[in-house]
Design a binder for this molecule. Sequence first.
Ligand SMILES: *[C@@H]1O[C@H](CO)[C@@H](O)[C@H](O)[C@H]1NC(C)=O
Ligand SMILES: *[C@@H]1O[C@H](CO)[C@@H](O)[C@H](O)[C@H]1NC(C)=O
Length: 447
Amino acid sequence: MNRWVGSIFLCIISTLLLTSWLVAAEGETCSGIVPMQYRNDKISILDFGGVGDGRTLNTKAFKEAIFRIQHLKRKGGTLLYIPAGVYLTGPFDLTSRMTLYLARGAVIKATQDPSQWPLVDPLPSYGRGRERPGARYMSLLHGDGLHDVIITGENGTIDGQGDVWWNMWRQRTLQFTRPHLVELMNSRGILISNVIFKNSPFWNIHPVYCSNVVIRYVTILAPADSPNTDGIDPDSSSNVCIEDSYISVGDDLVAVKSGWDQYGIAYGRPSHGITIRRITGSSPFAGIAVGSETSGGVVDVLAEHISLFNMGVGIHIKTNVGRGGMIRNITVSNVYMENARTGIKIAGDVGDHPDENFNPNALPVVKGIKIKDVWGEKVLQAGLIHGLKNSPFSGICLSNINLRGNPGPRNSIWKCSDVSGAAIQVSPFPCAELTSSQKTGACSTYF
Ligand SMILES: *[C@@H]1O[C@H](CO)[C@@H](O)[C@H](O)[C@H]1NC(C)=O
Ligand SMILES: *[C@@H]1O[C@H](CO)[C@@H](O)[C@H](O)[C@H]1NC(C)=O
């Protein structure tokens, strides 16, 4: 080969290698965790008597279609097609090896009649319903012990019509804990993508005791004043990947949990291996949250490239006395926030207890929290870290953080207690508890 041709060739190869490396580094995705399955066998809700007129109750049609998928067990699973139209329904169970496909203009709409909502047992890691003792209403889309479940389509909508439930909550007339929009328990191989979730009665998407869960390209919407309408709550689950989504709700956008006080401690199922990236949204509560129910432990969480607007708290790690559990190796990086009450909050005095029998000596352990590359504008209070006297938070490492207040007198300050760690290039200057000298020493141990 001619020398010139050879060096041009080498140059092209190295450029290609470099660009592919850059793309891989910047554009990491959840793909590969749960493959998008092609289903040969396809059925339509219309074949089962489904009527998309917004008035006919379709619970029976959904149940019969899913019964057919469950019992015919077609090789490669079955796709249930929901064409354009508004399908009013009560809650129903999904089954394994199925795709629920919402076409463009398809709406699965929850009935507002509570008598149509069966009750299910409380979760063992909560010991009772999250807001009322005893049983709880079944979620609109529910599943237990499933694998290979896909909810996708052309950005159709799952609408919880939550206002009747929110009003019952406001008027204190709820008999049982409100239903989630989607809850999958003890399941693996879950993919939720290209769907719009709207007006959930309670939390929107709740994977609990699950593994290998991907949630991407979803939009989740609920009014800012709707109570407890969390976006996505991975709970006692592992290998969960959430990305490229817009969430604007009345409570935390994403909150990683693992059970509640003595019930969560006894059940002992942590959340671990949780990735959250490229999420945009707003809420009067938290953007990226861990807790406050963390009794089974929450470890190995990575949240990056997060954009938050009109927030309560940008990043909120919260637990309480009685929770027990370990919160460790949490990394949050590349966050932009605009107009927030508090930028960063890590606190051991947040949330309520299931009953009086929680153990006041069950102290949570919080260590190895890395927060870096955060930029905030109009952040009223920069940071608040409240450790516990008998269980101080350690290895709290902040770097390259700039949280600007409103113009005028400086009100954007830090408040800390019972915490150790390091802060490097943090503005406004954080509390003295976080040294800038120890640097890597204080921080390298936990990551
Ligand atoms: C659906 O919404 C996602 C996320 O907003 C978007 O990326 C995608 O292009 C939309 N797809 C269609 C078919 O409209
Ligand atoms: C910390 O968590 C990340 C995932 O966010 C993981 O890749 C890493 O191995 C964990 N580090 C340790 C020391 O466990």
